[in-house]
Design a protein around this ligand. Structure first.
Ligand SMILES: *Cc1c(COP(=O)(O)O)cnc(C)c1O
Length: 364
């Protein structure tokens, strides 16, 4: 089927083929990818190549540390304040632009002082803040341990066209639903993290890229598995890492680099895919109603409702029958959502646009 699921989402076909092969036998290993030791030379190679490819694609160098963790993006919601807030006497500042950033902020409140720099709830999270809305009052900047924001709000379907800049305040970016969908200006970030199951691979792996400078500010004497510094010092092998998920992410990085041709090209493809669907919304005469305001429209998650909400179940039934899956909105908001992660092909997007135009013709 055409998979528009929000996560775990579609994976590229060549990645699935190589993963399948590794479940028969990992080339040269005499065993499958599920059975080799994480301390083996073969896995060390896999981890080193995954790390090198990710650093190259992200454009991060020696100033950064890349961690392969578990527990999902949500675990980072807790680890960030535990490491950078609890013992600092400073405040964690949050940009609340939707469900995920709101959830991250709620976790921070349990670990230390937190504050909301901007909140889009009054506008039903239909847009991301403008740069002028994120300007720090100087006194507040001095007392901030970090500022946390979400690059792409997966549920509302909004995205920063350009990542915000916060000057001297370390910026921590939840990029779960967009990492590797476009080049990011990493110089604006102190830490970037993402659960792998949206764009980077399969569930079970969480990627964290963190500047060494920020790592040094982490609280001392935390339980080992919650301690970024110890996780970094152990090279992501403090415990058994998710071997298979890391392998899949390695395959995804090869696919982006070798089959697609890099992140610029990935971004161009993703923009074009999103345009295909937003055009259908815009030309539907109000039959389809996009949730995000045009300037904040996500290239990864397109969200909309039908003017006649009673038609939504019929839309979903007919979409399933026509070979489209994963189009239901998040359980917290309902409506409809098409996630256009890297692996979703332009042809799938054109097919969905065609289906939507036909549904409009029949029911509009
Ligand atoms: C999916 C998602 C999360 C939660 O990810 P888990 O890996 O399930 O914890 C957090 N933030 C964003 C932006 C997401 O899209």
């Amino acid at each position: 089927m055409h998979n528009f699921g929000a996560g775990p989402g579609a994976l590229p076909l060549p990645v699935l083929a190589a993963a399948r092969e590794a479940l028969r036998e990992l080339p040269g290993a005499g065993a499958t990818i599920l059975e080799i030791s994480h301390r083996s030379a073969r896995f060390e190679e896999i981890l080193a190549e995954a790390e090198a490819n990710l650093c190259e694609l992200l454009g991060i160098g020696d100033a950064w540390k890349l961690l392969f963790l578990q527990g999902g993006a949500r675990q980072q919601f807790a680890l960030i304040p535990i490491n950078f807030l609890a013992a600092s006497g400073r405040c964690g500042e949050y940009v609340v632009s939707g469900y995920w950033s709101r959830t991250a902020h709620a976790e921070a409140g349990l670990a230390g002082g937190s504050a909301v720099l901007w909140d889009g709830a009054g506008e039903r999270y239909r847009r991301m803040p403008r740069p002028d809305e994120l300007a720090f009052p100087p006194a507040r900047a001095a007392g901030a341990a970090y500022v946390h924001y979400t690059a792409n709000e997966t549920i509302e379907g909004t995205q920063f066209r350009e990542l915000p800049e916060f000057g001297p305040v370390p910026a921590i970016c939840d990029a779960s639903s967009e990492l590797l969908s476009r080049p990011l200006p990493v110089e604006r970030c102190a830490m970037i993290y993402a659960g792998a199951q949206k764009n980077l691979g399969t569930a079970g792996l969480t990627l964290v890229a963190v500047r060494r400078e920020l790592l040094e500010r982490a609280a001392p004497s935390l339980p080992a598995m919650f301690d970024y510094r110890r996780l970094a010092d152990a090279g992501s092998m403090l415990n058994t890492p998710p071997v298979f998920a890391i392998y899949v992410t390695l395959l995804v990085t090869r696919w982006i680099r070798d089959d697609i041709g890099g992140l610029e090209e990935m971004a161009r493809r993703n923009r074009a895919k999103a345009r295909t669907l937003y055009r259908v919304l815009d030309e539907s005469g109000g039959f389809y109603r996009g949730h995000a305001l045009p300037e904040s429209r996500s290239h990864m998650n397109v969200t909309w409702r039908l003017a006649d909400a009673e038609l939504e179940p019929l839309f979903l039934d007919q979409a399933t029958a026509a070979g489209f899956m994963g189009l239901g909105g998040h359980r917290s908001v309902g409506g409809l959502r098409a996630s256009l992660y890297n692996a979703v092909s332009p042809a799938s997007c054109r097919a969905l646009a065609g289906f939507m135009a036909e549904f409009l013709r029949c029911h509009g």
